[in-house]
Design a binder for this molecule. Structure first.
Ligand SMILES: N[C@@H](CCSC[C@H]1O[C@@H](n2cnc3c(=O)[nH]cnc32)[C@H](O)[C@@H]1O)C(=O)O
Ligand SMILES: [Zn+2]
Length: 444
């Protein structure tokens, strides 16, 4: 067994006292401790004082805070290639006029280049696990394997505008892709079936394929009630709100997580809570596309698990989960008209445990036996001084660029701000070239 000690710093620990959990008291505590990791099994062996002597390798965390690697629970990684390509438009126009025409030209090597760029960006900003709904999933898996990250990936299905044969083939591909790649990259890759949204996939296809996914034990992931425009087509055809429609089709469950959930009424929130479905909140994307304000405090009060996602880089425009944390806390207050809503602790939980729970990973918390997915945040910076409350700093003041080291599955992915698993400069050059050529094809 080879071991790694992340040593000399402070550690963000989950609070396990049920009484304080339900009050406003902190869900997290901070301890001066080392984290000892089994680099082979990729698990945390111990958290406590003076563990450095027993370790084969050390990562210096002095002056830093060791946190669980952040979990980006919704996105389209290779959309990094479209970052800054089309901005300042609402969702429907943006997708139809700019994004989908460009994606029609997207080749496997573009997904390879864009996902590697996303991986470098995520590693640099302390994200160790992500969800990905996109095309050419084999390329995504290969990029995840090389990067050393953890991911739950799937092929996105859209059936509107397709004939029956093409529509069935798209959904069937989502199933076969999920079966093919589950467990890849030494188990760091898991999969899901990913129908794009209730209104972009026909009822008959949900009826045919969802039971097959359920039978095979494959989780589901889709966009839910992102904009007002998502509601009408479903309400007109099915006569119920999209969340009820999704539930009636068997789409909601403990292993289902939905993206956005911006426009939810009380009955829909109740359905999400009853079924144990997670909502992956994407505050930056929701603000940029003016989609609306998700009722996050209402979801939390109803007992719904909430995770956080960046969505694609084209609607964010970065993959920095620290930005997302801050946006979630801020927008949550604005939406609730209550400065006490979505406090720092709740936001940090969404970006860590909430996300890990959504994606079905035994991570998101630093504890013996959990996956050794970690990030070390450098606290020696003007914007992180003084240190009254480190959970507050994580939510409101820290940035992705404050991350010094990143570890996933016990492997060091970044040491002293140098990414070790991918050649950052080559990845950037390749992405720049792929993006330029993609846009030229789309506009040519
Ligand atoms: N197989 C499908 C691809 C679906 S992938 C998932 C899709 O979600 C799109 N997407 C990205 N961000 C958002 C969002 O915020 N809401 C809805 N769709 C989005 C993304 O551009 C991509 O086309 C097809 O044939 O079109
Ligand atoms: Zn999305």
């Amino acid at each position: 067994m080879s071991t790694l000690a992340v040593a000399g710093g402070r550690v963000l620990l989950p609070h396990r006292d049920d009484e304080t959990r339900s009050s406003r008291a902190s869900d997290h505590s901070i301890a001066e401790a080392d984290v000892l990791v089994d680099a082979d099994s990729g698990e945390v062996l111990d958290v406590g004082p003076d563990l450095v002597d027993s370790a084969d390798e050390t990562l210096d965390a002095s002056g830093g805070l060791v946190i669980p690697g952040l979990v980006n629970a919704h996105g389209h990684a290779a959309m990094t290639l479209l970052r800054g390509y089309a901005d300042d438009k609402p969702l429907e126009a943006w997708l139809q006029e700019d994004i989908w025409p460009a994606e029609a030209e997207l080749a496997a090597e573009d997904v390879a280049a864009g996902t590697r760029l996303a991986a470098v960006e995520m590693i640099r900003s302390g994200t160790t696990a992500f969800a990905d709904m996109y095309f050419h999933v084999g390329e995504v898996v290969e990029a995840v394997r090389e990067a050393g990250l953890r991911a739950r990936v799937g092929h996105g299905v859209v059936t509107v505008g397709k004939d029956e044969k093409a529509a069935r083939a798209d959904f069937a591909e989502s199933l076969s892709v999920a079966e093919e790649f589950d467990g890849a990259a030494d188990g760091r890759v898991r999969t899901a079936v990913m129908p794009h949204a209730p209104h972009t996939v026909g009822t008959e296809y949900f009826e045919e394929f969802v039971p097959q996914a359920r039978e095979a034990g494959i989780p589901l992931h889709f966009h839910l009630n992102e904009t007002e425009a998502y509601l009408d087509p479903v309400e007109e055809e099915a006569g119920v709100r999209p969340t009820e429609y999704a539930d009636d089709l068997g789409l909601l469950a403990e292993d289902t997580w939905v993206a956005h959930g911006v426009h939810l009424d009380a009955g829909e929130i109740e359905r999400l809570a009853e079924t144990g479905t997670t909502v992956a909140h994407c505050p930056a994307s929701n603000m940029k596309l003016a989609s609306g304000m998700a009722p996050i405090q209402d979801l939390l009060d109803a007992g719904v698990n909430v995770a956080l996602g960046t969505d694609g880089a084209a609607s964010n425009n970065d993959l920095d989960m620290f930005d997302e944390l801050r946006d979630a806390a801020m927008l949550g207050k604005l939406a609730a008209d209550d400065a006490e809503a979505v406090d720092a602790d709740a936001a940090v939980r969404m970006a860590t445990e909430g996300g890990a729970e959504a994606l079905g990973f035994d991570a998101g918390r630093i504890e013996t036996g959990a996956k050794a997915d970690l990030a070390v945040v450098d606290l020696e910076a003007p914007h992180l001084t003084p240190q009254h409350d480190l959970v507050s700093h994580l939510a409101y003041a820290a940035r992705g660029s404050d991350v010094r080291h990143t570890v996933c599955d016990g492997e060091v992915l970044m040491r002293d701000r140098e990414v070790l698993t991918l050649d950052e400069e080559a990845v950037r050059e390749r992405a720049e070239e792929a993006a330029r050529e993609l846009v030229a094809r789309a506009e040519g």
